[in-house]
Design a protein around this ligand. Sequence first.
Ligand code: ZN
Length: 154
Amino acid sequence: MDFINKNNKLFLSIEDELLNKLTNIAIKNFPNESGGILIGNYSSDFRTLYIRDFITPKIQKKSLFFYKRSVSNLSETLKKLYEEKEQYYIGEWHSHPNGNSMYSSTDLNAMISIAESDTVNIKNPILLILGIKKNKVEEFSIYFYNNKGLHRYE
Ligand SMILES: [Zn+2]
């Protein structure tokens, strides 16, 4: 599946199979929230971001933002991914059980601290949100962070 943000001429690509995996995790954990970090890489011109994989941290909190803990625990895994596949941390995903896929103010604040964190080298981390109702995804959105805001890919 391919997405675009026309204003910024940014593209995003995710395989349906990968999206289905995330969806299944979110449905399985319903009514609890689930989430994790997204792995991927850019095209050589940095206009297209490919979501390639995800990592589910062992320690899951019910609310968003286990990022700091998860990345410090995952630093070895991430290092290996970069060395072997040139893939790296590109952002976060989580579900909104019984909610829509609009980001909350907590989500935005979390993304601001991620983008400003020393350990993150990506300037425009992304956030994928799955709005879940019982057995299915009602809607989902993918945003990229820029300049203290989240912008949606269409
Ligand atoms: Zn959220």
